[in-house]
Design a protein around this ligand. Structure first.
Ligand code: MN
Ligand code: MN
Length: 461
């Protein structure tokens, strides 16, 4: 039986290198060919999708989401079902979530459990990073097996000593060593724990419990020092590192200079660090804006956009990790340090970056495709299967209509929460349709996909 042929016709095809008017021929789950306008007019197809006046992008890859994750006494609002629905509405066709090592326990066993939770739930494709809680002998021997099992990337923390997650220099060196040996990539959450603890003790003793003290106790210096420390350790043991959620102006410079020295360091930022400031923490909903690192100031926002434009910051992940506002209030009891930190942002990445970045001239459309799709696919071993509109790639395609103007709100989003960090943002353009491996997940703005269509993607670097 021949596979279904679908022609996406008359759109502007966007890749990380440019924009060309062209048509896209899809056969079954894959892209058969890309051609100039009309190139496939003499081929019999089962369906033609009119994309004239629209942008046609490779499906977005979100390299940083926390689906169905237990956290600080609750669980994140998005599981593999609700999270992938919201992601698809926002043009994302692959998410990479995390499998967390139980303290002292097996990475591989947890991987199996996570896979069970996700099975038959996802509307789009998904993959996993590990989260490492220690660098003990058991963990070090399991990392090569993790890589073998299609998980060549794993995250660790330079903070959260109180939750027993902190990796000291000794541990980081061991992780760099094994990462170099197996050809993996070490993801690091960088905030210097000693600095955070110092300010936290001080402010709590003064009776300062309001959300703005989340930012006051996690200053930019803590992030900058932690990133610099990782770079210094990388000079001892060279291995690939990915700095998650970069948020400060200085960190962009620090990472840039490490790259100039030839160190294999990559970095990510998030839509909230590109658009929101710590002022949100002083507003009415302040505690719902608590995330780590915290929101910063205008100067940092400017530097991060420049970092994206010049290639120093290579990716934008959502770091979707929100809990429900009800859980947030219940657990915090009016104390910033008890808030499960993290925001929901799995859906708005494309529309926020298009509106605030492309329309305001901070980045161009090919750069938008790079940071949200192609670069994460390349860094994490998904390319050219993902992040690419070329022949042989998975037919993960987003049709984006640049014309509609609308206001973002918790009332119109599809995330599983009644809070939106981007409430009131005026948005240009809208995701019209989304294909994941040749099947519509979103069609003309409506969900038409099925739970279980999404497959786990095994990665290799
Ligand atoms: Mn983190
Ligand atoms: Mn995270």
């Amino acid at each position: 039986m021949s596979e279904k042929k679908l022609l996406v016709k008359g759109g502007q095809l966007v890749s990380e290198t440019g924009i060309i008017p062209g048509d896209l021929l899809i056969e079954g789950e894959r892209i058969k060919a890309q051609g100039l306008k009309g190139a496939f007019d003499n081929i019999n197809v089962d369906e033609v999708v009119d994309a004239s006046g629209k942008y046609v992008l490779p499906g977005l890859v979100d390299p940083h989401v926390h689906l169905d994750s237990p956290f600080m006494g609750t669980v994140t609002v998005h599981d593999y079902n609700s999270g992938t629905i919201a992601a698809a509405y926002g043009g994302t066709t692959t998410v990479i979530s995390f499998s967390t090592q139980p303290k002292g326990g097996s990475l591989l066993e947890n991987l199996e459990q996570t896979e069970k939770k996700a099975r038959d739930q996802a509307y789009i494709d998904w993959s996993l990073h590990g989260i490492l809680l220690d660098a003990g002998p058991k963990t070090l021997t399991e990392i090569p097996k993790l890589v073998e099992a299609g998980v060549p990337s794993y995250k660790c923390f330079t903070t959260y000593r109180h939750a027993d997650r902190l990796m000291d220099d000794d541990s980081i060196l061991k992780l760099l060593e094994v990462t170099a040996e197996v050809g993996g990539i070490l993801m690091v959450h960088c905030e210097n724990d000693t600095i955070l603890e110092y300010y936290l003790r001080k402010e709590l003793a003064r009776g300062h419990f309001s959300p703005i003290y989340h930012a006051r106790t996690r200053p930019p210096s803590a992030e900058n020092i932690a990133i610099q420390r990782i770079i210094d350790l990388m000079k001892e043991v060279v291995a690939k590192v990915y700095i998650v959620h970069t948020s400060t102006a200085e960190s962009v410079e620090i990472i840039q200079s490490a790259r100039v020295q030839g160190l294999p360091i990559h970095s990510e930022t998030c839509p909230h660090y590109l658009t929101l400031t710590e002022k949100e923490l002083e507003g009415e909903n302040g505690q719902f804006f608590i995330c780590s690192p915290p929101l910063r100031v205008e100067r940092d926002i400017e530097a991060l956009w420049i970092g994206l434009a010049n290639g120093c910051v290579e990716t934008v992940g959502s770091d979707d990790a929100g809990v429900s506002p009800q859980d947030n209030l219940r657990l915090a009891q009016g104390r910033f340090d008890k808030v499960p930190s993290g925001m929901s942002g799995i859906e708005p990445r494309l529309s926020i970056l298009y509106t605030e970045g492309v329309c305001k001239g901070k980045i161009d459309l090919p750069k938008l495709v790079s940071v949200t799709s192609t670069a994460p696919a390349k860094i994490f071993g998904l390319y050219p299967q993902k992040g690419h509109l070329g022949a042989g790639a998975d037919a993960d395609v987003v049709i984006y209509d640049p014309e509609p103007e609308w206001v973002m709100s918790a009332k119109n989003h599809h995330m599983n929460t009644d809070f939106s960090p981007f409430e009131g943002f005026k948005i240009k353009g809208k995701v019209e349709s989304v294909l994941c491996r040749g099947s519509f997940v979103i069609r003309d703005g409506a969900l038409v996909g099925k739970a279980g269509h999404g497959k786990r993607i095994f990665r290799r670097l």
